[in-house]
Ligand binder design. Sequence first.
Ligand SMILES: Cc1cc2nc3c(=O)[nH]c(=O)nc-3n(C[C@H](O)[C@H](O)[C@H](O)COP(=O)(O)OP(=O)(O)OC[C@H]3O[C@@H](n4cnc5c(N)ncnc54)[C@H](O)[C@@H]3O)c2cc1C
Length: 449
Amino acid sequence: MLGAGISGLCAARALSGFFEHVTVVERDTLPETSGVRRGVPQGAHVHSLTPGGAQVLEEFFPGFTDELAAGGGTLAGALDELDIVFFGSRLRQVPLGRVLQVSRPFLEDRLRERVRALPGVRLRSGLEATAPIATGPGGVSGVRLARPGQPDSFEAVDADLVVDAMGRAGRGATWLKSLGYQEPSAARLRVDVAYASRRYRVAPGALGPAKGVLIGATQARPRGAVLTQQENDAWVLSLYGFGRDDHPPGSPERFLDFAEDLLAADTWNALRSAEPLTGISSFGYPASLRRHFHRLRRIPDGLISTGDAVCSLNPIYGAGMTVAALEAKALQRCLDDGLDGLPRRFYREAARAVRLPWLFSTMADRSMPQVPGTHPALARLLAHAFQATMRAAADDARVATAVWNAVSLTGSPAELARPGVIASVLRHWSPGAAPRTAATTDGVSRGKD
Ligand SMILES: Cc1cc2nc3c(=O)[nH]c(=O)nc-3n(C[C@H](O)[C@H](O)[C@H](O)COP(=O)(O)OP(=O)(O)OC[C@H]3O[C@@H](n4cnc5c(N)ncnc54)[C@H](O)[C@@H]3O)c2cc1C
């Protein structure tokens, strides 16, 4: 297992049921305590784990949600303690269970501890995977490792299966080329999104009853804000924007100015007097990327890629970790049928896990005029469809439930195609109609959208 991010840790859990020994190799020297690390700089930004992702982690590690909540994580009522505005309309606050809210480093630390405790699993950090070892024409039989920056320190490790969970850089794909295979084709959608985030300590109650506020970008205002209560009562505010003119500022003086038009006045004022716990972290995300491993004609045995190495989704939709966990589930199912032809079977299943999140996120992005490459008429149609769906979700509990189940990757997206839901959306289909932001639960902060 190469990479100890979310996909590497979940896949290690899947492998541990089938192999006597699983070695997880991580380039970073892993921290003893929670902190953003070099290999996962996105850890400074809000990392929402969807209920669908939490469900998979719970299946892999029973009691995980309660453990994190007991360790300080926040459990927020979905949707009654969340204030969510998508495409200008506020999602009706139907009670639909609970959402775990923690920082990425905290989540990863706890997951790592669970993985370390699995029988036969060993974690080796401060080691970089540099190249696959080939077994003649048919496959891969191991990997070369070295200490970062010290290529002479290499060691060769044999393995029945090498799993690339090294993130979106795509080493697994280029390794295929070095082994004489084709690299997978890839779909890219340029989104030019940038993030800026800061953590705060806020006086109890100062932010009102909502434990999370999510104000999504709209076609007219391609900026968004996510404010989430995480472990130990710290809050993280992540701001983002599409296109250079709407990238959030990285300077402490201007950071909150960007949020003034996004957040409710009382929320914004509470943040102005809150205690910053960190500086401001910035992150540029140029393009969503999906590699079509499932379409390769020839694939070597003994090597698979997973997680962001297969598909990196625009982070504003918060689905990347869930897709990584679902791919690990797919790997577990494929291993049930042995190692024969595993890569092809796995990529077919992984493509199923990726398909809908990729479709939803790229369709939503294509509705933004700032995202190039979509015919303006199609972009307008998509914009109307998302706006009408969200106007309906503001009024109609069935539509709100279907939308939440789709974005949280819990239910089947087919719920959105139910006749009652479609009829409700069509009733709200009126291009140019005002968004629906009426209050649905007393006392929750309202965005100025
Ligand atoms: C700004 C931002 C915000 C995001 N917000 C969310 C969110 O709210 N919700 C969500 O679900 N997802 C979110 N994501 C996506 C999420 O971070 C990823 O989808 C998820 O982490 C899965 O990634 P991964 O484990 O495949 O790769 P990574 O998280 O990138 O992990 C790769 C690991 O491999 C290691 N590595 C790299 N090269 C080597 C090597 N040669 N040898 C050994 N180890 C190596 C790295 O050090 C790292 O530990 C966000 C992403 C960004 C950029």
